[in-house]
Design a protein around this ligand. Structure first.
Ligand code: GUN
Length: 290
């Protein structure tokens, strides 16, 4: 069994991005500029946005954080999105989710100019992905593909089972895995909480991507001997022994599944660190396209 080290891979990719940025700046171009909108004070969102700002520093990007209270109206937020769409100094931006209940998230996502949508959430980018056109791919699926690529894991002709059908992970990663590319070119099955014979389907996977959002859902009897297991789960479970008061749990029962795998991603330190790295890759791409 080989552990897939997302932390080390992400660090290597950020280093490569930083070198490209250095070369851009040396040629007289300005550094890529990412903006983030953060509404309210959700603990998880605060942590993610702080990590995104830090990653920008590591890559040599400029970053701008726009903070608003929960009381911001949908109209005011849409005006902020429009200002970023129009601002030529901003290459790409994200609106951190979740948004307060009185704001229609889908409306906000659709308001982001698809050319600056480095989260890859706008339906234009999702549609372009589905027919294999150049686009911004959402961060987690893109990070998973990079891990498969950097570990030279064969995907062509393999049976890839995606467990979970979310718009930001399950659906796009299924699209990428079926595309005629490398990595990709796999036979893809998407299953979810309503699937019959879930155990049998998962156990038939050469590559299992677990993104169902239920801690330790995947047990040893759901995994084939020699399978590649990618664990996307990051559920916070209470842990009084930690300063933060919680620990992250994946969707895979790691201790019993790992011995059966050829490769497996740990939680934390697997897919997680790759997601922010993919956002940096998209921002660099947006800057190159300007
Ligand atoms: N909330 C959780 N994950 C994400 C993400 O990838 N992008 C944004 N904008 N919000 C999130």
């Amino acid at each position: 069994m080989q552990l897939i080290d997302g932390k080390a891979t992400a660090a290597a990719i950020k280093q490569e991005i930083a070198e490209e940025v250095k070369a851009m700046v040396a040629k007289g171009e300005r550094a890529p500029h990412l903006a983030a909108i953060l509404v309210g004070h959700d603990g998880g969102s605060e942590t993610y946005v702080a990590a995104k700002v830090k990653a920008c520093e590591e890559c040599g990007f400029t970053s701008t954080l726009l903070r608003f209270e929960d009381s911001i109206t949908e109209e005011e937020l849409l005006a902020q999105v429009d200002a970023l769409n129009q601002n030529p100094e901003i290459d790409g931006f994200i609106v951190q989710l979740p948004l307060p209940k009185h704001i229609d998230s889908q409306k906000v996502i659709e308001a982001v100019d698809y050319r600056k949508d480095v989260d890859g959430f706008n339906p234009v980018n999702v549609g372009r992905l589905s027919i294999g056109l150049p686009c911004f791919v959402s961060a987690t699926p893109s990070g998973i593909m990079d891990l498969l690529d950097r570990y030279h894991i064969e995907t062509k002709g393999k049976h890839c089972v995606v467990l979970g059908r979310s718009n930001i992970v399950g659906k796009p990663v299924a699209m990428l895995m079926m595309q005629k590319s490398n990595p990709g070119n796999a036979t893809v099955t998407v299953c979810h909480s309503a699937s019959d014979n879930l155990k049998e389907i998962c156990a038939s996977a050469d590559i299992l991507i677990a993104a169902i959002g239920q801690p330790e859902f995947v047990k040893a009897d759901m995994v084939k001997e020699g399978a590649v297991v990618i664990d996307v789960g990051t559920t916070r479970v209470p842990d009084a022994t930690r300063k933060s008061g919680f620990k992250l749990k994946g969707d895979v029962k790691f201790d019993e599944v790992a011995p059966k795998c050829s490769y497996i991603t740990p939680v934390p330190g697997g897919v997680g660190p790759m997601t922010i790295c993919s956002l940096m890759k998209n921002t660099l791409l947006a800057a190159k396209r300007r």
